[in-house]
Design a protein around this ligand. Structure first.
Ligand SMILES: NC(=O)c1ccc[n+]([C@@H]2O[C@H](COP(=O)([O-])OP(=O)(O)OC[C@H]3O[C@@H](n4cnc5c(N)ncnc54)[C@H](OP(=O)(O)O)[C@@H]3O)[C@@H](O)[C@H]2O)c1
Length: 278
């Protein structure tokens, strides 16, 4: 076990877990399958776009910056289209006009250093929770995949703390709370959720420079980080679950992060209310 990688989140863990993968799972023709991926111009979203388009899937790249999206798209072989979507902006979500995809991947993500409000919500919760919820209610795909994070293991579900971060803003805690909420929402709505481990992406390098410097030698490639997204989209397991490296993962590793189940109803009501605001 690598000292920096006790949970197998890095590349050594991926290689170990990949020994159990069935290579035939991704050896398939995905023509006829439509997948919409938010934040598809970078990191894991771009890697998933490439892998799915290479197998014949039609991929809608839902990106907030059309210029960046078109540059990324030019590096992809296969059937792709770009549509503008700022998932933190409810007006942008409502303005999106694409056909219902078979699979929707809530991949767009960010980690803020300072508190910023968008449309009356803190940016982290607007981007990871409220925007994706609204997008899902509008697109209504058959299969939904939430790209969460192993960072959520550090946080208990805290609905009030997520919507109104108390005290000095801590972007890492805000991020982990939202990722915890994503996994709860996914389970409650019958969606899949996964976490990618630690993958080298532009987002990790710019948002967590010290973490990136310390762990660079063991980070996964974006393709390795995106592997379970691609596998879920391609195989669409019937039973929704929280996944890591193509296997069902526990929702809790630390006993004090378990929450009162009643909090889940509070979360769903609060998110639905926030998503319906103008
Ligand atoms: N890499 C890891 O080790 C790791 C670990 C755990 C979880 N994750 C999760 O994996 C997902 C992908 O992250 P990544 O590492 O690939 O990071 P990344 O390279 O920074 O990619 C994030 C993508 O999300 C987009 N995005 C951010 N805010 C958006 C918004 N409001 N509307 C639309 N798109 C938006 C970004 O667009 P711009 O290019 O325009 O900024 C970018 O395309 C995230 O949900 C992240 O939390 C990653």
């Amino acid at each position: 076990m690598h000292p920096l990688d006790p949970f197998g989140f890095g590349a050594p863990g991926y290689r170990k877990h990949a020994r159990a993968f069935d290579p035939r799972d991704l050896d398939r023709d995905l023509r006829g399958l439509t997948v919409a991926i938010t934040g598809a111009n970078s990191g894991l979203g771009l890697a998933a776009t490439r892998a799915l388009a290479a197998r014949g899937a039609k991929v809608w790249m839902l990106c907030r910056d059309i210029g960046k999206a078109e540059v990324a798209r030019s590096s992809v072989t296969g059937d792709t289209s770009v549509a503008r979507l700022d998932v933190s902006d409810r007006a942008s979500v409502r303005a999106l006009d694409i056909p219902t995809p078979d699979v929707l991947v809530h991949n767009a993500g960010m980690l803020a250093n300072t508190r910023e409000d968008v449309g009356g919500l803190e940016r982290t919760v607007a981007t990871h929770v409220v925007g994706p919820w609204l997008l899902g209610t509008r697109l209504r795909p058959a299969t939904t995949i939430w790209v969460a994070s192993g960072g959520m293991y550090t946080q208990k579900l805290d609905v009030a703390g997520m919507f109104e971060p108390p005290g000095a803003f801590d972007g890492v805690t805000a991020y982990a709370r939202c990722k915890r909420a994503q996994v709860v929402i996914a389970r409650r709505l019958g969606h899949h959720a996964m976490h990618p481990g630690w993958a080298d992406s532009p987002g990790v390098e710019t948002s967590l420079p010290t973490f990136h410097r310390l762990t660079r030698s063991i980070l996964r490639t974006p393709e390795e980080g995106a592997d379970t997204i691609v596998w879920l989209a391609a195989t669409r397991p019937a039973a929704p679950a929280f996944w890591f490296d193509r296997a069902v993962a526990p929702e809790f590793v630390l006993p004090w992060t378990r929450h009162d189940p009643a909090q889940e109803d509070v979360l769903l009501a609060r998110v639905a209310e926030a998503a319906e605001r103008p």
